[in-house]
Design a protein around this ligand. Structure first.
Ligand code: NG1
Ligand code: ZN
Length: 548
């Protein structure tokens, strides 16, 4: 059995010593203050090479980003060969490698992986990587490159990219020359593919007024500017918050996360009634829309609204093409607004599944449908077309011109939508397609249903690990008795719904509540927040004042 070159590993690992900290590869990969990440990223490089060797030299992607987090944070996520997230069972290996206390422990763990997973170290390793605009990205890429040297991986540095671009490129590289070939493995190839499909989708339709796009001062700004010329004027976009030269501005008072959580537009953006606005997050995998109503109220069109719009449009197209044997389904998490679930089930008559938080859960569930639409309320999501749906769509010519046009649109739609992961560029083109096809203003889109007022509250507790959930995180089984207490409170509120779960990315417990009116929603959220605090404060800390 081949072994790791220990001298090589020692020399490289000594350049990237582990600090006194504990790391976890979670739903968002590793994510934390950038200054703590050097050893983690070095070791993630080793893991990426092992994963590639395990998969017979298939290309593994590695993205250095901290998405919507503040500028001083950074992180890393691995991408599996078809552009999907790293297989769940390898997350524990990532965590274990990152926490090995010495070079010896590191080598031992690598060898234990080699033997238990039957990894043939003589196989090639191929890894590609990219990063967002964070200043820490440059030195972290160097740490990653050192990690990749440990097992002599062949690497390609794609420089600055959006997260979904790296997922796309990874899939292209692994499918090149096969019947599943996904496209040219470059940013340019990605732009060409999306633009060509979008032009087919809006052909002959009257162009809408310009969309104002907030890029959160992140990588979406330079990349969308690169992309726009490919659209040949098929879409008018006015880009704002594009200052990537001032790193401290990244995600600051702007971007999809700010807009969704604050339920307001980016600070400094002057909004005109009935115009369209959209925000990306810092690595351009999340998208939310919004507008200002005639009475100046701010209206958010979040991931749930995008899912509803997409499902409605796809169901209509499938019918119009005469291929309604294709099943369309929607996947949400418990954070989806109750009114959106009602709309999908009762007005669109589509099956809706609810899964645990984290895109990998949504993605997995969406694969069960011919066409699976999945979105988190925060704007991260996509639409997956199964191989059999694609086959049907590609072989349908239609028995009349209307059917032929619908089938052509479905084909283009499957090209415009990134099949690997939620992609803000793709999702934006999807929304713009539908609004252009229908000649809808954001207000008309918004009329599908009215969101129930909702509130998300963070509760800082002593130990969030004591909160254990079941039923797609909608019920707590531990601490004992707490769920009954929650249910008793919820019962008192009209249209009340509330659930509690520990965050996977922050050291807090999240409380979600919705009810018929804003005051009732707030009261519900704060009463449940207080309950959670009382169950786990152990008398420490101060009970937040708003907790009734
Ligand atoms: P946690 O911190 O586990 O709630 C958050 C988001 C998720 C997902 C992950 C990964 C909410 C309520 N939670 O997870 O939807 O996007 O981050 O970034 O938005
Ligand atoms: Zn993101």
């Amino acid at each position: 059995m081949a072994t790791v070159n220990v001298n090589n590993l020692n020399a490289l690992s000594d350049l990237h010593k582990k600090p006194d900290a504990n790391f976890t590869y979670g739903t968002a990969g590793f994510r934390m203050k950038a200054e703590l990440l050097d050893s983690v990223i070095f070791r993630t490089g080793i893991l990426a090479a092992l994963r590639s060797k395990k998969l017979d030299g298939k290309v593994i992607g590695c993205m250095i980003t901290a998405s919507h987090n503040p500028a001083e944070d950074n992180g890393v996520k691995l991408v599996d060969p078809m552009g999907e997230m790293l297989e769940g069972s390898w997350e524990a290996h990532a965590t274990a490698l990152s926490n090995a206390e010495s070079n010896e422990h590191l080598i031992d763990y690598i060898h234990s992986m080699v033997s238990s997973l039957k990894i043939d170290l003589t196989k090639p390793a191929n890894v590609v990587f990219g990063r967002d605009t964070r200043p820490s990205g440059e030195s972290l890429v160097a740490a990653l490159a050192d990690g990749l040297k440990v097992l002599d991986a062949t690497v390609t540095d794609y420089g600055i990219l959006t997260t979904p671009q790296l997922h796309y490129i990874t899939r292209c590289l692994n499918t090149a020359g096969t019947p599943e070939a996904y496209g040219e493995p470059t940013a340019e190839g990605y732009y060409k593919k999306l633009a060509a499909a979008f032009k087919v989708l809006v052909e002959g339709k009257t162009k809408l007024s310009a969309l104002t796009l907030d890029c959160a001062n992140g990588v979406g700004a330079p990349k969308f500017k690169e992309f726009l010329p490919h659209l040949d004027d098929a879409l008018s976009v006015k880009i704002v918050n594009d200052d990537v030269d001032n790193p401290s501005k990244l995600n600051l008072n702007s971007g999809a996360d700010f807009v969704k959580t604050q339920q307001r537009g980016p600070i400094g953006l002057k909004m005109a009634p009935q115009e369209r606005y959209a925000s990306f997050d810092g690595d351009a995998d999340r998208l939310v829309y919004y507008y200002q109503d005639d009475d100046n109220t701010f209206k958010l069109l979040d991931g749930d609204k995008i899912a509803g719009l997409a499902a409605m449009y796809i169901i209509d197209l499938v019918k119009a093409a005469g291929i309604d044997s294709i099943s369309v389904g929607v996947v949400q998490t418990a954070y989806a607004n109750g009114a959106s679930t009602q709309y999908l089930r009762n007005s669109l008559n589509v099956p809706v599944s609810c899964v645990s938080t984290g895109v990998k859960h949504l993605h997995h569930e969406a694969l069960k449908y011919d066409v699976g639409v999945y979105f988190e309320a925060n704007g991260h999501g996509t639409v997956l077309f199964s191989p059999s749906a694609l086959k049907t769509i590609h072989s349908t010519e239609g028995s009349n011109p209307a059917q032929a046009v619908a089938a052509r649109s479905l084909r283009a739609l499957s090209e415009v939508i990134n099949q690997t992961v939620g992609d803000a560029f793709s999702d934006l083109l999807l929304v713009e397609t539908i609004l252009t096809q229908r000649q809808w203003t954001p207000k008309v889109w918004d009329q599908a249903y009215t969101d129930l007022p909702n509130r998300l509250v963070k509760v800082v507790v002593k130990d969030r690990s004591i909160f254990k959930t079941v039923d797609a995180e909608r019920k707590l089984v531990e601490p004992a008795g707490i769920q009954d207490a929650i249910d008793a409170i919820v019962l008192k509120f009209r249209d009340g719904r509330s659930f509690v779960r520990p965050s996977g990315t922050e050291d807090v417990v999240r409380v979600y509540a919705e009810a018929a009116t804003r005051p009732e929603t707030d009261e519900l959220a704060y009463r449940i927040g207080g309950l959670v605090f009382d169950y786990n404060s152990n008398g420490s800390g101060t009970r937040p004042r708003e907790f009734l």
